[in-house]
Write a protein that binds this ligand. Structure first.
Ligand code: CO
Length: 220
């Protein structure tokens, strides 16, 4: 790749934006009020803004290998806190994708070095859903299902945080689990029923917040 081309691309992009609105960048400099936090995979094929068709300023974005929401990852925990508490986003999206190399690596018995602890979180998802996954004979289908279940478990990790539990209490707030299909370009809403999913486990994760008894786990 010719890196200097990137700067030419940038110049073209600046001109394009300014030709439509001379104040475009001036307006951007005034601040951001995104309504969504997108947590997705670092995979170069899964470009958050482009696949969602959103403009600069509309989405707060975090991408890491296999869109993980790890409880001890200071980066993702800080991003959630900042987006939910300070930017006051009303939607948190965890977006996985089929043909995810991270998920595929977690299905193999291989020593991946520093990636071992990271991918172990996906192996834990496999363990939690072992019966369902092992009942799928077709390997590609099993792999796709693990991508979906990983999204589901990472959404649950989002809901375990105090910031998100507070947001559920205080405003119209939604967590979404999506998958991007690299093969078709389509974005798929997994329509995860968190009320049902959390029915029996929310008592474990509910934090002691004033007036938070009507959290996501309880049908309203
Ligand atoms: Co991926």
């Amino acid at each position: 790749m010719d890196i200097t081309q990137i700067f030419r691309n940038n110049q073209n992009w600046v001109q394009e934006k300014l030709s439509v609105n001379p104040n475009y960048f001036n307006n951007l400099s005034k601040g951001q009020t995104p309504d969504i936090l997108y947590i997705g995979c670092s995979d170069s094929r899964v470009t958050a803004e482009e696949l969602m068709g959103v403009e600069p300023g509309e989405a707060f974005v975090l991408r890491n290998i296999a869109n993980m929401v790890s409880n001890t990852d200071l980066s993702v925990m800080s991003v959630i806190d900042y987006a939910v508490t300070h930017l006051k986003v009303n939607h948190v999206i965890v977006c996985g994708h089929y043909y995810c190399g991270g998920v595929q690596a977690a299905m193999k018995s291989a020593d991946m070095g520093i990636l071992n602890p990271w991918l172990r979180n996906i192996r834990d998802v496999y363990r939690m859903h072992k019966d369902e996954l092992n009942s799928i004979d077709n390997e590609e289908q099993r792999y796709k299902r693990l991508v979906e279940l990983n999204v589901q478990e990472q959404c649950i990790n989002v809901i375990k945080t105090a910031e998100v539990q507070r947001a559920y209490r205080d405003r119209e707030f939604t967590v979404h689990g999506w998958v991007f299909d690299v093969k078709s370009g389509k974005l798929i809403d997994l329509n995860i029923d968190f009320v049902k999913l959390l029915e029996n486990i929310m008592e474990i994760y509910r934090l002691d917040l004033d007036g938070a008894e009507n959290l996501v786990a309880k049908p309203v």
